[in-house]
Ligand binder design. Structure first.
Ligand SMILES: [Mg+2]
Length: 253
């Protein structure tokens, strides 16, 4: 492996589960850095702001800089043209990213873009505004299509469940920014060199994403996946109990 390579790491199911760190994740990142590897955290969770992400990582003893993190909100906002009016269904992370990209957030259907991520406040009224905007010609963007995401208490509905309801009502398919799709793949490709790898806990997002970026996929069993499926394409290049297990195997520790 190239010693300047980067480990691209999913967050939910690799670094943490909900509000609990996955044991060994801090040590694994420390070992990677000590051995000259870069780290790039790539998550489909659109809700937290960049500072909230960095604070949470810091609580787990993991210090990263803003340029070591790419969320599906950042990828979604990369599709916004400055000055566009954006109706947002999502949390502070998506709103922050849209504003950073020059988008103007509006509260009604008179929008150029409808951007949809994970929202605990999502309701029928918001679905109605999104539907009217899309039928009036607004572009339909989604942060991600994950049907669920893992917590220590089991799976909860993901942004994909919200996105599907709007797609169904409007008969219009969104451009999806997050893993495994091209907008976030492009951002990752711009930051990694030869010999880099992608670590994730879900084949349908992380595994397919690794293939789309052009990286080997390393699967961990610390998140949603508890067994590998031989029919997966591409199949994982490595499988480990968790990130620390993979890092120790790779670096022969
Ligand atoms: Mg995950």
């Amino acid at each position: 492996m190239n010693e300047n390579s980067t480990w691209v790491l999913d967050l939910d199911g690799v670094i943490w589960l909900g509000d609990e760190a996955i044991p060994g994740s801090r040590e694994a990142i420390s070992i990677l850095r000590d051995n000259g590897r870069g780290v790039l955290l790539v998550t489909n969770n659109s809700r937290p702001t960049v500072i909230e992400y960095l604070d949470k990582l810091s609580r787990f003893g993991i210090d990263v800089s803003t340029d070591e993190l790419i969320s599906s909100s950042i990828a979604c906002a990369s599709l916004i043209v400055p000055g566009e009016r954006v109706y947002v269904i999502g949390g502070d992370g998506l709103k922050e990213a849209i504003r950073s990209s020059g988008g103007v957030i509006v509260e009604d259907h008179q929008a150029d873009v409808v951007a949809v991520g994970w929202s605990k406040e999502f309701n029928y009224e918001m679905m109605s505004v999104a539907l009217k905007a899309i039928l009036d010609g607004a572009r339909f963007l989604a942060t991600n299509e994950d049907p669920t995401y893992p917590t220590p208490y089991g799976l909860v509905p993901g942004a994909g469940a919200i996105v599907r309801s709007i797609a169904y009502a409007s008969s219009c398919e969104p451009t999806v920014a997050g893993k495994p799709h091209e907008p976030i793949a492009k951002l990752v490709r711009e930051r990694v060199g030869p010999g880099s790898v992608m670590v994730g806990d879900r084949h349908s997002t992380d595994g397919v994403f690794a293939g789309n970026v052009g990286l080997p996929f390393y699967l961990v069993f610390s998140g949603v996946t508890k067994a590998a499926d031989p029919n997966w394409k591409p199949s994982p290049a490595r499988i480990g109990k968790d990130l620390l297990d993979l890092v120790r195997c790779e670096l022969a520790l």
